[in-house]
Design a protein around this ligand. Structure first.
Ligand code: AMP
Ligand code: ZN
Length: 467
């Protein structure tokens, strides 16, 4: 089966074909840096990471752009609340964002353009739209896109513009889903903007949110590119508006495949800042969960299904990771020159690879892809425990897991480096000093599982690698 994705634009699964052979150009709506990202945001970023990594696995060169929205209604409000400059305010959250994606093992995109550094590119598009008569200056001095000028408006979200006349104008970046409005491309400065403005031929002001993504995607990826992603909440109005303004400006198809991830939810509701039902990545790590556990939880549900976040789910992901770690550890330590290569193991390896690719080719169907890895792991375990495993076979199994892990990023590192060992030993010492023996034992067991033996001597704790 060829690689296929569900395309929000056509509402069906389609075979993926890139515009340029061997290269995928993709744009992912990035964070608005007004606060720490919550794990709902990371659900979407992890989906995009899986997509990127699988495209690379399939042999594509990926050129990915993720924008950083560092000027919009929310960032300006935040900076003003704290009485700091917009740049100072957003720098803090930009830095946190990059730290967080590293923590979760999210691969870096090729470009992270910031909105504030692309104002001329945005103005160039607005100029074109005004010249074509599809954008106009309203009484408030702002420039709006005339939605009724774009007959295909609604093709992504399914809204029927033919029947619904645009019901006015909206300057806000985010607005009610029920109504179709002419939306702001350039917002005339008002008092709420404080010292945030740019001079332009349209007067002093700042760009709307939607135009940011059109300008930055087309600058780095061209007027037509392969994939655009985001969470489902981006479909309307954000992505619908991106299509309308981009295609009106260029006269070309903007994007071929639109992929959207469903929400991470808590008690049936979308995790979001405005509902207050959110955890940042840092919150959860502080509670003692590992980045790998969080990554596993976020990646293991199909991206088009809602992911119900619970702490039980996080705990369950730790059990799965432990199984993987144990297996890999066993491979490293039980393989032997005395055992012959086993054709059953060779068959399992071939089948595992086939299953993995068959499932991920099918719109990144991750649950059966991971499921079949664990099923094969059970079979391999039985063979290894009863018949042992040759060094050669062990290497091939390890090689296969390493290949899968280029896509999943969930296989725990079994070989700790000396620094990590020292850190864990120190944490154990602290726990012992605090008479927290349960915690100290937990760390000792963790070290043991990773092949490190700790001994408490009158001179302090020493450790050695198990042979
Ligand atoms: P924002 O910073 O609000 O612009 O969101 C950044 C990305 O996170 C967008 O692609 C959103 O669609 C996505 N997102 C926001 N909340 C959630 C959620 N609860 N579950 C999944 N994705 C989300
Ligand atoms: Zn966007």
């Amino acid at each position: 089966m060829a690689l296929q994705f569900y395309n929000t634009l056509t509402k069906r699964k389609e075979e993926f074909k890139s515009i340029e052979h061997g290269i995928v150009r993709m744009y992912t709506c990035g964070p608005t840096v007004y606060d720490y990202a919550h794990i709902g945001n990371f659900r979407t970023y992890i989906f995009e990471d899986l997509l990127r990594r699988y495209l690379k696995y399939k042999g594509y060169k990926v050129i990915q752009v993720m924008n950083i929205t560092d000027v919009d209604d929310k960032t300006i409000r935040g900076a003003r609340r704290e009485g700091v400059s917009l740049g100072e305010y957003t720098a803090r959250y930009k830095k946190a964002f990059f730290e967080d994606i590293d923590t979760l093992g999210i691969e870096r995109a090729e470009y992270y353009p910031c909105a504030t550094e692309h104002i001329p590119e945005m103005l160039a598009i607005i100029r074109k739209l005004v010249e074509k008569g599809v954008a106009y200056k309203a009484d408030d001095g702002s420039i709006y896109f005339r939605v009724s000028s774009f007959p295909n408006y609604g093709m992504l979200s399914g809204k029927r513009i033919g029947e619904l006349r645009p019901s006015g104008r909206v300057k806000a970046d985010e607005y009610a889903k029920e109504e179709i409005y002419d939306f702001a491309l350039w917002k005339a400065w008002d008092e709420d903007d404080g010292d945030v403005w740019w001079e332009s031929e349209f007067g002093r002001g700042r760009p709307g949110w939607h135009i940011e993504c059109s300008a930055m995607s087309m600058k780095y990826l061209g007027e037509s590119f392969d994939i655009h992603t985001g969470g489902v909440d981006n479909i309307f109005p954000h992505h619908e508006n991106e299509i309308a303004q981009s295609e009106s400006a260029t006269g070309k198809k903007f994007v071929n495949y639109w992929l959207h991830s469903a929400h991470l939810i808590v008690n049936g509701q979308k995790m979001s800042k405005s509902l207050g039902n959110f955890y940042t990545l840092r919150d959860i790590i502080q509670m003692g969960y590992s980045p790998l556990q969080i990554r596993y939880l976020l990646i293991s549900t199909h991206y088009r299904m809602c992911l119900n976040f619970t702490f039980d789910g996080l705990k369950a992901s730790s059990a799965a990771l432990d199984r993987l770690a144990e297996f890999i550890h066993m491979l490293e330590h039980l393989s032997s020159d005395e055992v012959e290569d086993n054709p059953d193991i060779a068959n399992i390896i071939t089948q595992m690879k086939k299953d993995f690719e068959k499932n991920l080719d099918d719109d990144l169907n991750i649950a059966p892809a991971i499921g079949s890895i664990f099923e094969s792991l059970t079979h391999l375990n039985i063979i290894i425990r009863t018949k042992g495993i040759s060094r050669n076979d062990a290497k091939r199994v390890q090689g296969l897991f390493a290949k899968f892990d280029l896509v999943l990023g969930i296989v725990p590192k079994t070989e700790l480096d000396d620094l990590e060992i020292a850190r864990l030993v120190e944490l154990r010492d602290i726990a012992r000093k605090n008479k927290n023996y349960a915690e100290a034992d937990k760390i000792r067991d963790e070290l043991l599982r990773r092949g490190i033996i700790v001994e408490d001597t009158p001179k302090g704790t020493i450790w050695r690698k198990r042979i």
